[in-house]
Write a protein that binds this ligand. Structure first.
Ligand SMILES: Cc1ncc(COP(=O)(O)O)c(C=O)c1O
Length: 413
């Protein structure tokens, strides 16, 4: 099947009907929801699955001997298996449920940092990381005297493998790089990054918060050491994310948080830990959220990830063309093959004002730093507007965005 056929057979109206919120009419206008990089809307399949758990399958997991505890445990562990399949991990023991990408990134930085980072050791980040993949490494800079080395991006937002290679030294202990920029839409050459790092014996963490939504992910093919996702951008609920980590890392890394579920024995003077993944899931996990995320992954698989990506590529190309034609609009990030995320500023207007004005036309975009201050300062700005697309968006919504921006431009002229 070629890409054209896939796009034609993509039943966008049926897909939109799966998302109840899309029929909302803010200010009496059709909702044009273009804030998907911040959080995506949820299909009925996810909402109903979570309701069903609360109504028929709910209890705490892993520790019960009764019917409902077993039902909840089975559903929770089935969600882990769905995430394993989604990332093509070799074993579901390599999937740790977290409360989001932020917790997963903190887990790796804290645990790996405790075991492997000493004063003067270097951590390589790209300048387009989200604060969630910066601040946990700053903790290691502050607490252990580690050094953060930054890989810049090209003017068009492309990731430079040459700059990356130059940043790697004998002191580099880990590379932590986004799969896809939440500001520029740049998709990084992860496989090459990992190959270059591994040639030097350096492990790689990839922040897949955006990448897992819009790109194919195969953690075994990538040979990535750690891969992080967050549920609410994957059409699942908030409060749930996952960390994929190679088994040998999970077996040797110290636990991150302590509490119930992650131990083997506890005495007054000693503690021994359980096996992964439970060793890294202290306390009652976000049970219903994990199951809801499993339903979201099923939903995406039912449409077909290749079909979703083809639809988004078509939308992205159309939006790039329409936005580039607008006078007075500066676009940030035009790297080849980028995802459908568009950051821009309008001449003579503050990003917050633009977002507020177009909101009155029912068009929801985000404005601000997008939790990526080093990147914004690299481009010499303090805020941008960002329109970001999802599997349910349409070309008509791109037109609605452009029309709302044209009206705003008149206002600010
Ligand atoms: C690239 C990237 N990394 C990390 C995060 C943090 O995700 P969460 O807030 O779900 O933990 C985000 C969210 O915007 C993101 O876009």
């Amino acid at each position: 099947m070629n890409q054209q056929t896939k796009i034609r057979s993509y039943d966008i109206e049926a897909i939109r009907a799966d998302f109840p919120i899309l029929t909302e009419r803010p200010y009496g206008k059709p909702l044009v929801y273009l804030d998907n990089a911040a959080s995506a809307q949820k299909p009925r399949a996810v909402i109903e699955r979570m309701d069903h758990v609360y109504e028929h399958e709910y209890a705490n997991v892993h520790r019960g001997l009764h019917y409902l505890a077993n039902a909840a445990t089975d559903a929770y562990e089935a969600a882990r298996e769905k995430m394993r399949a989604f990332l093509n991990a070799g074993s579901s023991d390599e999937i740790i449920f977290t409360r989001g990408a932020t917790e997963a990134l903190n887990l790796v930085a804290a645990s790996y940092g405790l075991a492997h980072i000493r004063e003067g050791d270097e951590i390589v980040l790209s300048v387009m990381e989200h604060h969630s993949n910066i601040v946990p490494w700053h903790f290691l800079r502050e607490r252990k005297g580690a050094v953060i080395k930054w890989v810049d991006v090209e003017e068009d937002g492309s990731f430079s493998l040459e700059a990356f290679e130059r940043a790697l030294t004998e002191k580099t202990k880990i590379v932590a790089i986004t799969h896809m920029s939440n500001v520029l839409g740049t998709i990084t050459p992860l496989k090459e990054i990992i190959r270059l790092a591994h040639e030097r014996g350096i492990p790689v963490l990839a922040d897949g918060s955006q990448g897992a939504v819009h790109c194919d992910v195969d953690v075994r093919d990538l040979d990535v050491d750690f891969y992080v996702v967050t549920g609410h951008k994957l059409y699942g609920p908030t409060g749930i994310g996952a960390l994929y980590a190679k088994k040998h890392w999970l077996e040797q890394l110290p636990p991150y948080a302590g509490g119930g579920e992650m131990i083997e024995t506890v005495t007054r003077d000693t503690v021994t830990y359980g096996v992964p993944p439970h060793r890294f899931e202290a306390g009652t996990p976000p049970i219903v959220e994990a199951i809801g995320l499993g339903a979201a992954l099923d939903y995406m698989e039912n449409i077909g990830r290749a079909a979703i990506h083809a639809h988004e590529a078509d939308l992205g190309a159309y939006a790039a063309r329409r936005l580039a034609e607008m006078p007075g609009l500066r676009l940030f990030g035009t790297a080849p093959g980028k995802g459908a995320v568009f950051s821009f500023e309008m001449k003579g207007a503050h990003a917050h004002d633009v977002a507020t004005v177009i909101d009155r036309s029912g068009v929801a975009v985000r404005a601000g730093t997008h939790c990526a201050m080093p990147l914004l300062s690299r481009f010499g700005v303090t805020s941008t507007c960002r329109a970001s697309f999802a599997l349910y968006n349409t070309r008509e919504e791109v037109d609605a965005l452009v029309a709302a921006l044209e009206r705003a431009a008149h206002l600010f002229a």
